[in-house]
Design a protein around this ligand. Structure first.
Ligand code: NAD
Ligand code: DAU
Length: 332
């Protein structure tokens, strides 16, 4: 039996991962989460109490982290400040949680010999030109653009150093943009879906030609579990599902779903330092661990996600007005 500590398990991808573990494995899960604005207890509602428990705590707090890491077989580390726009307004919590928090967990994993999987992002590699035939691989040099991606790059470097210098049994994954249920309405896809549900208009930063490589959060979860189970210590695996779309295309698909004209959106102030394109080559993960995504078709996954937001308005309505007010204050 695996005793798994999931940091950030009340957030978007962490909660999808916990649901995945309950559905697909026998693991017993402890969620460690500070319950920031990005978390929701409701994302874990209905899960069996004998399989999933929640500890409310901060990964920066060694006194909280240490005994938890000691009594688990595996740590899967999702907890982070995750939103680029927030990192531009105030980088400070990003350094604390993403860098100091990861350091705190690594020290505990070192003391107790606990297996550690670090969840990271493709943004550590910077961005690609629209016409670049290359995609990111595990060998791409680090070149982060925002305080968020720089803090995640820093955390990746810490993990590698703790593997090499202290023999911590760790792996790293860098994944592309996730979509799916339980994603906060500050993020691109849920923001636009919920705007349209409320008869408003999607908000596109700048010209909308920026490309993201979309993957369903459940496919991210299955990849993380494959790496945690069968990945080689010290190795990095890129996770992606060949889902490149530009922002205009995604908004057009959302509008079309609701029968609205595909040009019925507002163009708003662009993000400072806005990365142009991300694209993942996940060959290593597919060939070495035999992983493949269940949602091969982005359109089908997006339709499921739209239906989820239509059916779960009680889950997101509490955050919507405050989120939109904050965007409006910065011209977005
Ligand atoms: P999220 O913002 O939805 O959730 C983050 C969770 O971490 C929240 O529940 C929050 O309460 C918790 N948390 C924050 N600070 C904490 C602290 N100091 N102590 C304990 N808990 C804390 O983020 P997400 O989108 O689910 O991302 C999860 C992880 O996946 C992050 O590490 C992120 O960098 C990575 N990632 C995200 C994406 C994406 O598209 N969202 C893609 C690749 C990688
Ligand atoms: O690539 C992985 C990363 O994907 C993760 O590491 C991050 O945690 C996650 O937030 C995501 O980062 P992005 O910055 O790509 O995601 P976001 O949803 O903020 O924006 C996606 C794209 O949509 C980006 O080009 C900015 C644009 N955008 C965003 C919002 C919120 C808009 O055009 N309008 C919007 O209202």
């Amino acid at each position: 039996m695996d005793r798994v500590l999931v940091t950030g398990g009340a957030g978007f991808i962490g909660s999808n991962f916990v649901h995945h573990l309950v559905r697909e494995t026998d693991a017993v899960v402890t969620v460690l989460d500070k319950l920031t604005y990005a978390a929701s207890r409701d994302s874990l509602a209905g899960l069996p109490e004998d399989r999933v428990s929640l500890v409310v705590g901060d990964i920066v707090d060694a006194a909280c982290v240490d005994p938890l890491v000691a009594r688990h077989d595996l740590v899967v580390h999702f907890a982070a400040e995750s939103h680029n726009d927030n990192s531009l307004s105030d980088p400070s919590p990003f350094i604390q949680t993403n860098v100091v928090g990861t350091f705190t967990l690594l020290e505990a994993a070192r003391r107790h010999g606990t297996r550690f999987h670090h969840v990271s992002t493709d943004e550590v590699y910077g961005d690609l030109e629209l016409d670049d035939p290359e995609r990111f691989t595990e060998a791409t040099p680090y070149n982060p653009s925002s305080p968020y991606s720089a803090s995640k790059a820093g955390s990746d470097h810490l993990v590698r150093a703790w593997v090499r210098s202290f023999g911590v049994r760790a792996t790293i994954s860098n994944c592309s943009n996730n979509y799916g249920p339980w994603q906060h309405v500050e993020k691109f896809i849920p923001r636009q879906i919920t705007n349209v549900i409320d008869a408003g208009r999607p908000k596109i930063y700048g010209a909308g030609l920026n490309v993201r490589d979309w993957i369903h959060a459940d496919d991210h979860s299955s990849a993380v579990w494959a790496i945690a189970q069968r990945g080689r210590t010290g190795e990095t695996y890129l996770i992606g599902a060949d889902g490149e779309r530009n922002n205009l295309e995604v908004v057009g698909m959302i509008l079309a779903h609701f029968g609205r004209p595909t040009d019925d959106f507002d163009q708003v102030t662009d993000r400072a330092g806005h990365d142009l394109r991300y694209a993942i080559d996940s060959s290593k993960l597919r060939e070495e661990l035999g992983w493949s995504p269940r949602y091969g078709d982005f359109k089908a996954g997006l339709e499921d996600t739209i239906e989820w937001y239509v059916a779960h308005q009680d889950w997101w309505r509490g955050d919507k007005a405050r989120t939109e007010a904050a965007y409006a204050a910065q011209g977005q």
